[in-house]
Design a protein around this ligand. Structure first.
Ligand SMILES: N[C@@H](CCC[C@H](N)C(=O)O)C(=O)O
Length: 280
């Protein structure tokens, strides 16, 4: 059977935070909320936590002013169609795609995002490191999940996080619903992380992502969680290995920036059916 030919897509993931990648160098695709929702739907679409549109920044109608015109821009959407400023796992998968597609040379490359430029390094072993910029604490807040009240730090990584260092069984938390949060601290919603210390070098984390639900990993979330874990150990800088349900990443927090290192995998490529895309 030959289906009518719609846009090309790729599928990839970073520690099982999965994405549909849509190459759109000249900004020609009309990426509506309902198309994003259909693509990300695990039954009627391809299934993913989010969509990464690959567009030249010069072709973007609403490019942030600090993004040069000649870089590749990661236009990120959550599974519910909402736009987010930044995605730490997404930007690593995005860089892997650029290199595999021959659009960038392996090694160091700059990626434009709504949170600003993010320098990325692709490594021969398949791991990708991204400079996530400063992880800025902008307050303290609280949430309540499974009968427990948790306090945590509000962390800005371009997108908003509430990261709670906790001392209860992580697996016992029900993260099905959006954790309640203070809308005066987080007027645009929030990603909520729960992080538990294993030892002085490692932590475990679970996350409820804004615009998605519980995911198996969140790159910006692992950095926010590291900030909270370091703080619980009386530190503001340091390195942590972060174990999430979808794998393991490494985070370094310094006085001026933070880095995230982990795998980035492409698993498939294909074409959307033109009729499906048109009606999505
Ligand atoms: N999974 C991402 C974060 C994606 C955006 C987030 N859901 C938001 O709305 O801010 C990551 O790896 O950082």
């Amino acid at each position: 059977m030959q289906s009518s030919q719609g846009p090309v897509f790729f599928k990839g993931h970073g520690t099982e935070n999965d994405f549909v990648i849509l190459p759109d160098p000249d900004g020609e695709l009309k990426l509506t909320d309902s198309r994003v929702q259909a693509l990300c739907d695990r039954r009627r679409g391809l299934g993913a936590d989010g969509v990464l549109r690959v567009v030249r920044s010069a072709a973007l109608e609403d490019a942030p002013p600090d993004i040069p015109g000649d870089v590749w821009f990661m236009d990120y959407r959550n599974a519910d169609g909402s736009i987010a400023e930044m995605c730490g796992n997404g930007v690593r998968v995005f860089a892997r795609y650029l290199v595999e597609a021959g659009l960038a040379a392996p090694g160091e490359l700059p990626v434009g995002t709504r949170a600003g430029m993010r320098p990325v390094i692709t490594r021969p072993d398949g791991r990708v490191t991204v400079d996530m910029g400063p992880a800025t604490i902008f307050g303290e807040s609280a949430t309540e999940v499974s009968g427990h009240r948790f306090t945590g730090v509000a962390v800005d990584l371009g997108n908003p996080h509430l990261a709670c260092a906790i001392d209860v069984d992580l697996d016992a938390l029900d993260l099905t619903a959006v954790p309640p949060h203070d809308a005066t601290v987080f007027p645009n919603g929030v990603n909520v992380e729960f992080v538990r210390r294993i030892d002085s070098a490692q932590v475990r984390m679970r996350v409820h992502e804004r615009g998605v639900g519980e995911t198996r990993s969140c790159g910006t979330g692992t950095v926010a969680a590291t900030v909270a874990a370091l703080r619980a150990d009386g530190r503001t800088t340091g390195h942590r290995v972060v174990h999430i349900p979808g794998g393991t990443v490494e985070v370094e927090v310094t006085d001026t920036t933070s880095t995230l290192t982990g795998p980035a995998v492409l698993v498939a490529e294909g074409r959307l059916d033109a009729e499906w895309w048109q009606h999505a």
